[in-house]
Design a protein around this ligand. Sequence first.
Ligand code: HAM
Length: 429
Amino acid sequence: MKYQAALKYSIPRGTDDILPAEAEKWQWIEEMARKTCHLYGYQEIRTPLFEHTELFQRGVGEATDIVEKEMYTFQDRGERLLSLRPEGTAGVVRSFVEKKVFAEPQPTKWYYIGPMFRYENPQAGRRRQFHQFGVEVFGSADPALDAEVIALGIHYFEALGLTRVRVEINSVGDPETRARYRKKLIDYFEPYKEQLAREARDRLYKNPLRILDSKDPKTKEIARNAPSILDSLSVAAEQHFGQVRKYLDVLEVPYVVNDRLVRGLDYYTHTAFEYVVDIPGAQAGSIGGGGRYDRLIGEFGGPDLPGFGFGIGMERVLLALEEQNVEIPVQKRLDCYLITLGEAAKAAGMKWLEALRRAGVKADRDYMNRKMKAQFKQADRNGARFVAILGDDELKQGKINVKHQESGKQETIDLDQFISYIKENCRRG
Ligand code: HAM
């Protein structure tokens, strides 16, 4: 085959092709996510891959890395400012408000699986197009719900066969807590102002909590002795956090309290948490994270209803599965491979092949004019359990030869028994 050497396109940096062998693994981790969600009464929601930029500015927060540095933002031909979604929560909350789902009995329990986009420095487990499995629950402020959602994620990891996933949990409090803590942080960081990284300095009065999340070594060192938010919690915030921990204990979900956990998004109130698993080689951080956001629905023009959710990074799930040598069940591609010899058999074979498929048997044939031996090889390569050989002579006699690949046993059977024979034997495995 000729091709023009000049026409060489490469995949955009930080994105991946998921080829069939890999796609099977994706199907499995997605299927387990769906199954787990259905066990907990969650339904799927699908929202657009892009939204008005303003939604993320308001929702995720102006002074976050995601909005400041990582969004894919563009103007469409109608001069609207749009962004590829860097995360799922903002769009899902927008939909909940816009479609007035708040008017229905609450809580609303939704999940989603799909691509997100962030302009990040790509590495293993940190991609520019990546995929999240997320859940969002609206309408309930019950701390038992926080515990349920955290447990749902753990249930999912266990269903996949992943072990050693730790839960880190913190409370970022309510507005009263935040106001008090903000002041304490500013008081603490002000004397070090000149030593802080530029970005941290810029955020000192805008969003001092973000400084705790800084990657700059010097800023990190200074932040180490900063006051703990847990000492600033209001009575209500302290109560909520205590209850969440109690319910996690009830559900036997182990966790550690990490009072430095602030998360990279601004919408959180009360509970913030992360799922952490060690993936050597991938400086990927957490495999998932989320928390409570009690003001976002109101901020998006809805009623004053609370929300809670998480996002789990599917690329990181696959990396962790690989790291822990978890075997992912893969399906055999074919049940039956049909070989025909002669023109009449070819035409009849087309019909039988279609009949097999209609009977629910995964079947295929050769379209490359291969020799018989090469066709057997093709059958093996596709994991076919049976190879059926139909020649013009057999066709005349109303017979077909069927070979069971594993045992090597070969039988001649009546054509009118063919479909039921294959079906029956495939069911038996
Ligand atoms: P997030 O912590 O920004 O939270 O992302 C959740 C997870 O997505 C991360 O823990 C990580 O596994 C994965 N992730 C994030 N960025 C990347 C990337 N560039 N490449 C690969 N994986 C990545 C959220 O997005 C919130 N919306 C979670 C949430 C839902 N909170 C409440 N509801």
